[in-house]
Design a protein around this ligand. Sequence first.
Ligand SMILES: Nc1ncnc2c1ncn2[C@@H]1O[C@H](COP(=O)(O)OP(=O)(O)O)[C@@H](O)[C@H]1O
Ligand SMILES: [Mg+2]
Length: 354
Amino acid sequence: MSGPGVSLEVVDLAKSWGAVDVLQDVNFGIEPGGFLTLLGPSGCGKSTILRLVSGLDEVSGGQILIGGKDVARIPAAERNIGMVFQNYALFPHMTIAENITYGLNVRKVPKAEKEKALARVAELMALGKLLDRKPSQLSGGQQQRVALARVLVSDRPLVLMDEPLSNLDAKLRVEIRSEIRSLNKKLGITVVYVTHDQSEALSMSDRVVLMNAGNVSQVGTPQELYDRPANTFAAAFIGTPPMNLLSPEDVRAPATFAPEGGMEARDVIFGVRPESLSLGRAGAEFSATARVESLEYEGKVFLVHLIAPSGTRFIAAHSGDGAPEEGSEVTVGWSASQTHLFSKTDGNRRDFTL
Ligand SMILES: Nc1ncnc2c1ncn2[C@@H]1O[C@H](COP(=O)(O)OP(=O)(O)O)[C@@H](O)[C@H]1O
Ligand SMILES: [Mg+2]
């Protein structure tokens, strides 16, 4: 069974295919037993990082430190890493028990030890009653639990998971998400998890690495990414719906407002989360006037789709009574502490004074 996890640190990792750089200067780390998520849109390099860490592909540059030891140039088989893929092919002609212990057979683990490991992992993953079945007799969620069990039984201190839930329906995803998280905490194994779904990343992780086109955009705890996005990419990627980005001509700011770092007020982008906007809040520190384009009912809140005079579209999440009428003009207000500021030139976060 899995012992305590190991630390992982990736230093200046780079990968090119011929002349094409797919990863540059990737740096992040996670302590033993931690849960780290690689998050980003499709094609940003998440799977490539997992393939480099596991040894399926060769690095073009940089180091991969597992428990402090650089494994970037040693064979995959010597890295002692478990991996769960999106397409977790189970062997259709084998029983669930045979599928789970397949790797142990290959490694010629003695029978008694194998059966003990199987019993324990079957109990952990609630698969005890299903061990004699074939994969086709299991639901999608059960099959995915078998794929996880197959990795857990192999006693690896570091497990990599590449979008393991994306074939499951929404309800099952939420269920297995919390199972994976509690396994990580219960067993103390280190997990590196890949997803393009920011809500999955925020809900599961100790630490998130947000990737943008082969580069690290921001590394931090889920709260840090939500509360202080480092740039407009992070701002527009995190949150449901994500942060609104407004140009200075659409925003009424206090007369004393001044961006730091010698930036002109016209060179900024204002960021404000939909849940920070209050409708008709006269006297708020910051405000914007806009036309209501449409309303979206979300159960707990109305998402009010707005269009500013400049043509910029943005969203207010309205939770009080009385949603505004479509086509009407509204003023939305927010406070200085809810204001995020970015440079129009490089997209990076800036401070401001009032
Ligand atoms: N074997 C390969 N040869 C050339 N380009 C590749 C190869 N594998 C991946 N890529 C490119 O690397 C980039 C990152 O891919 P990938 O890591 O799979 O992204 P993600 O998992 O974030 O969706 C993509 O642009 C992809 O086309
Ligand atoms: Mg991928």
